[in-house]
Design a protein around this ligand. Structure first.
Ligand code: NAD
Length: 458
């Protein structure tokens, strides 16, 4: 594998000079080629996601396939505008010059993807990389290996490996890839491995986009529509069995509203994810593997030992890797459930007496990937927005801010570096090159030596 990786990397290093010459038409036709290859493989994609994560057909359609198609269509529509050099304003010293920003491809890029939305999270950066005119090496997650296999098949049948290549495998393959001096690395995964990737990239001064995780809070104030908030949080928490990077990780709620919220959350969950009193496995996904299943179980046990109470759920079905939606109450900041990203269908509820306490709590933690605000009070919304930081924020909803390609998607500090989607993805895979076309009337010579009597010009 090591030799194969090196030889593909060499091929791409040579080919990148041809690719950088490609115009809008050529890149558009590549994006169309990708879309049509994906459309032809839809059945295999549905089957792979069902196998890896027990994703229902509808969920795969909405969160993986159509999401990807929308990203391709958006890139095709906007590509000419994105690629066009942008004129910028002049200053006195370059008043006669033409000042422009050119968007040049970074060159040979590496994309490493996680297992939770294993298709979409590989395709979305790939679309941006193609739009920006790059050669690309893909490394899907070994934990969602059915999807990894389908991606590899589609890519190898559609593109020459000197342009786009895919290497399946785990840490060993990633580690080999990370030794190479890529022109850019786009990594989606955990914060811990993000640090490994950034350290490896630093050795070659390779630029990085890091799409990481963390604990995304949902703050509910006393003006919120509680029923709607509970329904939205239940969906956001439980879609893909909680294995979503921007899932609301925990709830911070006014202490007077906790009991009512819990009831609404249960009702909404039953309506969406249950058949009578049983989990409906046609719509509720499984935990990716035994290791993650055990981690979530242990987390509940440790949290309960530390004083948290299982308000609802907690039952498990090991054979099917299914963990019932679980609500934990009496949770303190020090409880084990609050020490790591949950990434499963467990919702801890923390209460506050004043909104300031909720804000201070969020600010005492790492900056989250997403922060959700449920409120109908403009002053409270502004207060939370002004006094906290997060990669993105959705007010009175969850997850859906990811669906607008005109908004940047990414984290801040420990939840990520850089952003993706639409023009933001295009820019992450491009070098913004400053170009000044000097005019014959240029006045630079005014500052050449000798300086004798020139101070008076300043
Ligand atoms: P992970 O960090 O364990 O793995 C991600 C990728 O890195 C995989 O392809 C894996 O093979 C590779 N990898 C693992 N260990 C490595 C190492 N030591 N060196 C080099 N490469 C290594 O993450 P995961 O478990 O696949 O995904 C879950 C995490 O990803 C969660 O934290 C979640 O929040 C985050 N995530 C973030 C986003 C986002 O858009 N910000 C999206 C999805 C998931």
């Amino acid at each position: 594998m090591e030799q194969e990786i090196k030889s593909v990397f060499e091929l791409q290093q040579q080919h990148k000079f041809d690719l950088r010459k490609t115009d809008v038409k050529a890149r558009m036709s590549k994006l169309k080629m990708l879309k049509s290859a994906l459309e032809d493989s839809e059945e295999e994609i549905y089957a792979a996601l069902e196998k890896d994560l027990r994703k229902s057909r509808f969920e795969t359609a909405v969160t993986e396939l159509f999401f990807t198609y929308a990203e391709i269509d958006h890139a095709i529509k906007k590509l000419a505008t994105w690629m066009r050099p942008k004129s910028v304003s002049k200053t006195m010293s370059n008043i006669f010059a033409d000042n422009k920003i050119y968007y040049e491809p970074k060159g040979v890029c590496l994309i490493i993807a996680p297992w939770n939305y294993p298709f979409q999270l590989m395709m979305s950066p790939l679309i941006s990389a193609i739009a920006a005119g790059n050669c690309v090496v893909l490394k899907p997650s070994e934990l969602s290996n059915a999807t990894a296999g389908v991606i590899n098949k589609i890519i190898s049948q559609t593109f020459d490996k000197k342009e786009i290549a895919c290497f399946e495998g785990g840490v060993d393959v990633s580690t080999e890839l990370l030794k190479l001096p890529f022109d850019h690395i786009f990594f989606t995964g955990s914060t811990a491995i993000g640090k490994v990737v950034m350290a490896a990239a630093a050795k070659n001064l390779t630029s990085v986009t890091l799409e990481l995780g963390g604990k995304s809070p949902a703050i509910i104030d006393n003006s919120a529509d509680l029923k709607k908030a509970a329904e939205k949080i239940a969906w956001g928490k439980l879609v893909n069995a909680g294995q979503t990077c921007i899932a609301p990780d925990y709830v911070l709620i006014d202490e007077k509203l906790e009991i009512e919220f819990v009831e609404y959350f249960k009702t909404s969950t039953e309506k969406m994810f249950f058949n009578a009193s049983e989990i409906n496995k046609d719509v509720f996904g499984k935990i990716i593997n035994q290791k993650q299943f055990q981690r979530l179980n242990d987390l509940i046990i440790k949290s309960v030992k530390d004083g948290a109470e299982i308000e609802w759920g907690g039952e498990t079905d090991e054979k099917d890797l299914t963990l019932k939606p679980t609500i934990l109450t009496s949770v303190t900041a020090e409880n084990p459930i609050m020490q790591e990203e949950i990434f499963g269908p467990i919702l801890p509820i923390l209460t506050y007496k004043t909104l300031q306490q909720a804000i201070d709590f969020v600010n005492s933690k790492d900056k989250p990937l997403a922060l959700y605000i449920f409120s109908n009070d403009s002053k409270n919304k502004d207060k939370i927005l002004n006094e906290t930081s997060s990669g993105g924020t959705c007010v009175n909803d969850v997850l859906v801010h990811i669906s607008n390609p005109n908004l940047p998607f990414g984290g801040v500090n420990s939840s990520g570096v850089g952003s993706c989607h639409g023009i933001f993805g295009f820019k992450n895979f491009s070098h913004e090159r400053a170009v000044m076309f000097q005019s014959k009337l240029g006045i630079t010579s005014m500052i050449y030596p000798p300086y004798n009597d020139k101070m008076g010009l300043l």
